[in-house]
Design a protein around this ligand. Sequence first.
Ligand code: ADP
Ligand code: MG
Length: 310
Amino acid sequence: ATMPPLLSAIANAGRHGVLVKSAVVMERLGGVTRVALDKTGTLTEGAPRVAEVRVLGAAGGGLGEGGVLAAAAAAEYPSEHPVARAVVALAEERGLRIDPAEDFTSEPGWGVRAVVGGRDVRVGRPGVRAGGLLGGAGAGAAAPGVAEGEVADVVDAVEGAGRTAVVVSVDGVPVGVLGVADRVRAGAGEAVLALGRLTGSAPVLLTGDNARAAGRLAGEVGITDVRAGLLPQDKVAAVREWAAAGEKVLVVGDGVNDAPALAAAHSGIAMGRAGSDLALETADAVVVRDELATVPAVVALSRRARRLVV
Ligand code: ADP
Ligand code: MG
């Protein structure tokens, strides 16, 4: 028998480097009317590095730059988030001792907390100390007003340079800010352009990162519609909003934080190499060859297959 069009499209997608999980998915991909892309790990390489470590003067707690980095690395060690990998990599590069973490918790879109050497260590987006799961004992509320002005100024300076500011706090006191930088993927601009042409609508950036880092990246890849500072549930809300307006949204993401949006979308594609297990399991298709060009390619393959299915 000759192969049915959707099955040969799946085989073709595989040759392009995309694992499409079913014929139903293969068929649906060609129907998308809008594409929403995650930033970190999707439009960027997902291999960020810590470009600067700023010690917060008064509250440095005598830890110094090495102590701040070592504490952050210890708390981040169990996390698979790209920022966590970057923090651990720098600590290891500098030969710092990374103590074991106890009671590790991570909150997608926020950051992590753990007990290191009996101290409560939190690492995450500015405001993390007051946020969600990371609240409770040792949260920012326990240290009202401690160096908040200084924290805000340093975060502002780091974000102003287009970096992601990550705050480190120990026992509720902010001790440092890490400036994290990531590179845009080769071919990201071309992929955005191709997706815009295929769907007839401008692709959108959905990110948990700050507005300035997001805006800079968006400019580099040709995206004008940017939604920054989003929590995982905000990404879902954006997808639902478009769906309610009749759009069929394709979400492309990589992180644990993207999994709810990948699930809520008409179609979801996960970036395989940097991607978290949860994203890969939730998505309808997985990019195995680590290139964004495969995403418009698979949408085009679906279109072609749909024309052959009667
Ligand atoms: P994106 O949507 O760009 O992929 P995330 O939703 O994963 O980003 O994260 C949003 C923000 O939360 C990050 O920019 C970072 O500031 C913070 N964050 C999330 N996880 C971590 C972590 N493990 N360590 C430090 N910061 C984190
Ligand atoms: Mg991501």
